[in-house]
Design a protein around this ligand. Sequence first.
Ligand SMILES: Nc1nc2c(ncn2[C@@H]2O[C@H](COP(=O)(O)OP(=O)(O)O)[C@@H](O)[C@H]2O)c(=O)[nH]1
Ligand SMILES: [Mg+2]
Length: 318
Amino acid sequence: MKERTPSLDLLARLRSGDRAALSRLMSRAESGAVEARPTLAEVYRLAGRAHVIGVTGVPGSGKSTLVGKLVEALRRDARVGIIAVDPSSPYSGGAILGDRIRMSAVSGDDNVFIRSMATRGATGGMARAALDVVDLMDVAKYDIVIIETVGVGQDEVEIARASHTTVVVSAPGLGDEIQAIKAGILEIADIHVVSKADRSDANRTIADLKGMLALAAHAGPRPDWLPPVIGTSSYTGQGIDELISQIRRHRSVVGRERAAAIAAFRLQKTAEALLMERLARNSAAAREMYAVELAERRRDPYDAASKLLTAIFGEERP
Ligand SMILES: Nc1nc2c(ncn2[C@@H]2O[C@H](COP(=O)(O)OP(=O)(O)O)[C@@H](O)[C@H]2O)c(=O)[nH]1
Ligand SMILES: [Mg+2]
């Protein structure tokens, strides 16, 4: 078949929920190719319906198994897209989401779409690529998009910040807690899950977490939303319904405000990316010159850098 206007045709197919069109557009989005921007711009304008749920936590905390359970429950009355941001390292201590879901009951389900993204693959930042993929799923009529990320590193924190509802998963045992604190992900949680609640040490972790949150509430209370702590077991199903109802409650309480914050965050990230592009494109000669002056200590780094920016972008207006 001849494609006269391939992007428009793809877009029409995407809007009808065509899985092949979705896959192709996702690959383009991930590549960060400039040619993909007009289509993605159109996609952005059409998107905005889906509820984006970030699920994060250290490797082995039980995220993928939990996401599988969530999807099983949610798919009864919604189309669910899943984005698994796999760490670049092939060994993560837990199976990657795609593998777990493929083994589970939801594989082959037309109302479920799974996409794995490699952290090293995306040009222009993981968060940028993941959010474009979210928009594509949104336009392809997925009502809920779940992003699983390993809760370490800047990319993951950014993706969590760009979700409407962020679920932080901690497994029983203090080791994981300490890692979560170190990675700074506890504070981004809208909902805390203590996974593997079928284990006897889970109650201890739930109590520890609640204690920690009570202390944190003194530092910066959010009166409209106090993050609940929910014990779940993907083996017995304990807590899964409670988690889903808290996710829905979070959306209704904080949804609008969060959408505005995400838009501001996305504007900032995109502006940064464009800035870096322009810097890379335009500054070769000027950079060389100022680098020499810097090396010879005729200028200091701040002076040289602001001269460089002026050379590219002009004088800063007051
Ligand atoms: N006891 C128990 N083990 C679990 C549960 N959920 C996951 N696990 C186990 O924890 C390990 C890591 O799970 P996984 O979902 O891959 O974690 P991820 O790395 O955070 O995605 C696997 O061996 C799972 O079988 C649970 O509810 N209870
Ligand atoms: Mg996983």
